[in-house]
Design a protein. Structure first.
Length: 449
């Protein structure tokens, strides 16, 4: 009896040392993520810390395959052209002013958010190129008049992307990891419908107010944007007035997925299964070819590193390290009020993002521990789940290296690093006021606490 009890913490520390090294490698980036995760798994297995079956256990998790499907679906939306058409159509309708352009970008993000399950594909692959094109059409480039329009539109695109990522389980590829952590810690299903219900009010308010806040901190010098509106109209004409066959098919698949994800309570199909139904329909109706699927390097690279990280995260729990952390974390907390404690923990979680170079690494390293602490303190499951789920995306506002689309927007060159950090700090306060102010009221109304 004594042997296994004593070995568990030692193995837990061994797993943590490897896990911490892998997470650190994501920050300093000596090698690709997938390679570092494989090195970590091989080290754990070769030292007999975990068995080979345990090493491969993460790759059997449905969360991994949901994320892979997300990248494959995003590929279909981009290649079919339907994502670009939606964004351009909104700009052609509402792009008569800078605020109109800003709301067009927010609207495109809101429409694409639930059905492009990768914020990098949505923001970096669809919206960011359009933002750059609009800025150039307004004679604003990274080296000439960036503040005329480009700075404002870039900040709108990046921060709107994070809000829509927070609003839907399928808004960011890493979101299912948070949902899984909620299920593992609390035994509660934080599914697509629950996620969207909790986010809809603070999310919409955030999107409504974001252009005004950005306008105040990065005011563009141009007011008339009719040339950008004409450019969007011209691009739409070049694409053709009518949707082509692939666009119609992809649009139909998107609507089907949205309906199935939001009506799980009726049919019982898992979120992962619904996503793979979408992938299969893309193949059957030739929106994507099999060669497109197997050549989607983002999807299969994600499979390697995500499955491996899930293995290590599970082993931290299985070998007692998470329990040890919870006990020590509780000893640091002296606040008795549950809501006050939850807010304090959520703020620590939010601003700890400064230490990470990507949202996924932040989620893996932090969310399970923080959720476990809230469980031990008796905080309502859905309330804790919602706050940490939404903050897992919104905290990406703090830096220009937090997630793929933010890096892409920063790479356009319109916004200096100093401006990005100062704006990010302001936007972080903006998010906290909305999600811990209006959000708490909304969550009270829907019975989360």
């Amino acid at each position: 009896m004594i042997g296994p009890y004593m070995n568990a913490p030692l193995k837990g520390w061994h797993v943590f040392s490897v896990f911490f090294t892998v997470i650190l490698s994501f920050i300093i980036k000596p090698y690709p993520m997938g390679m570092m995760v494989l090195m970590g798994l091989i080290t754990l297995s070769a030292t007999n810390t975990i068995s080979m079956d345990e090493t491969l256990s993460g790759y059997a998790d449905s969360t991994v395959w949901l994320v892979v499907a997300a990248f494959l679906i995003a590929g279909g939306i981009i290649s079919s052209g339907i994502g670009k058409r939606i964004a351009l159509q909104l700009i052609s309708w509402f792009g008569k002013s800078m605020l109109g352009l800003a709301y067009s970008i927010c609207g495109a993000e809101l429409i694409l958010g639930p059905i492009v399950p990768s914020n990098t594909a949505r923001g970096g692959g669809i919206i960011a190129p359009i933002v750059n094109s609009i800025s150039n059409s307004l004679n604003s480039s990274s080296d000439k008049n960036p503040k005329k329009a480009g700075e404002f539109l870039t900040l709108i695109g990046a921060h709107a992307n994070l809000i829509t990522a927070a609003m839907f389980l399928t808004g960011m590829a890493a979101n299912p990891l948070v949902a899984k952590a909620v299920n593992d810690v609390y035994g509660v299903s934080f599914d697509w419908g629950s996620w969207a219900l909790g986010a809809i009010v603070p999310g919409l308010i955030g999107l409504l107010l974001l252009p005004i806040v950005i306008y105040l901190v990065a005011k563009p010098s141009i007011k008339d944007t009719s040339s950008a509106q004409l450019k969007a109209t011209d691009e739409l004409k070049n694409m053709g007035v009518k949707l082509n066959t692939k666009e119609w098919i992809m649009l139909s698949i998107m609507f089907l997925l949205l309906i199935l994800w939001s009506t799980k309570f009726l049919h019982g199909l898992s979120t992962t299964l619904v996503a793979w139904i979408g992938v299969m329909l893309m193949l059957i109706f030739t929106v994507q070819k099999w060669s497109d699927i197997i050549s989607n390097s983002k999807a299969w690279d994600t499979l390697i590193w995500l499955g491996g990280l899930l293995t290590m995260a599970s082993m931290l729990k299985n070998y007692g390290f998470i329990d040890w952390m919870i006990i020590h974390f509780q000893s640091w907390i002296t606040v008795d009020n549950g809501i006050t404690t939850l807010i304090l923990l959520s703020l620590i979680y939010f601003y700890s993002m400064y230490l990470f170079s990507m949202l996924t690494a932040h989620i893996f390293a932090m969310v399970a521990v923080f959720l476990s602490v809230t469980l031990s303190l008796g905080i309502e499951p859905l309330l804790a789940a919602g706050i940490f789920a939404y903050f897992s995306c919104l905290c990406g506002c703090l830096t220009y290296y937090s997630t793929g689309p933010v890096i892409i927007y920063y790479g356009l060159g319109y916004v200096s690093s100093a401006k990005w950090f100062s704006t990010g700090l302001i936007i972080s306060c903006f998010h906290i006021l909305i999600w811990l102010g209006i959000g708490l009221i909304w969550w009270k109304l829907i019975g989360w606490w």
